[in-house]
Design a protein. Sequence first.
Length: 277
Amino acid sequence: MLFKFIFGKEERKSLTIAFLNDLLRDELGREIRDLKFEPTENVGSFRDEKKSLLDIECTLDGGERVDIEVQLADEGNFKRRTLYYWSVLYGKAFLKGGKYKDLVPCICINILNFKMFENTDRVFTRASIREDSSHERLFDELRIQFLELPKFKKKPKTEMTRIERWIALFSDKLSFKEKMEYAMEDPAMNKVLNTYDQFFADPNERHAYLKREIARADYEQAMEHNFEKGKEEGIEETIEKNAIAFIKAGISKDMVFKTLNMSKKKITEFLSKYKDL
């Protein structure tokens, strides 16, 4: 909600251009001078809203389409999800009777509040389709980027890249004062931080933001509860399966129950459930 308020408004288009230039300058080999915001589709149900999917879609002055997404919760399927969104973006040329020649490069930028790639400390990851041996890029049409906010680590501003400074602004590891220091002498980043006050001064925006934050907290708490519950149920199921296998193998029930450290209650439930063993 806050991200879209700052970067998804026509009156602050210059901020979006500044942000995208720092992310895409090397990819595109040029500066972005202008862009056009496109209507975004509501891809989530109310249940998905708790998982906080925020979209900004735009077309760059070179014709490329860009989709920016902010994802707060790890649902375990985000790699497939971002590929799907890329395919939807790429296929839009066909919606109005387009032809293959009308297809344009599409870039999905994902700002994540969780770790996507556990085997690396990189906060910024770029992906494309490359040939296996030479690693040469085969297609310019598919490009996906990931900014993993939890991997951000404080360090002197002089040692940070432009992309790392943007991540510092989005991260919850810094105080507002620290973010101001990181954004010092940068007009775009300073304007982003000043826009925070505008956002929270608007009662409707503030209410929607707080509602989303509460929903996010509820979702994460429910996920943690379900994980613990699932873990407990998984252990019980494993014990039960092992008990059945041991008994069928000819080991006495008393020995099996003792070895698996089953409580009297569990033994009673087991014997009632598997009377034929």
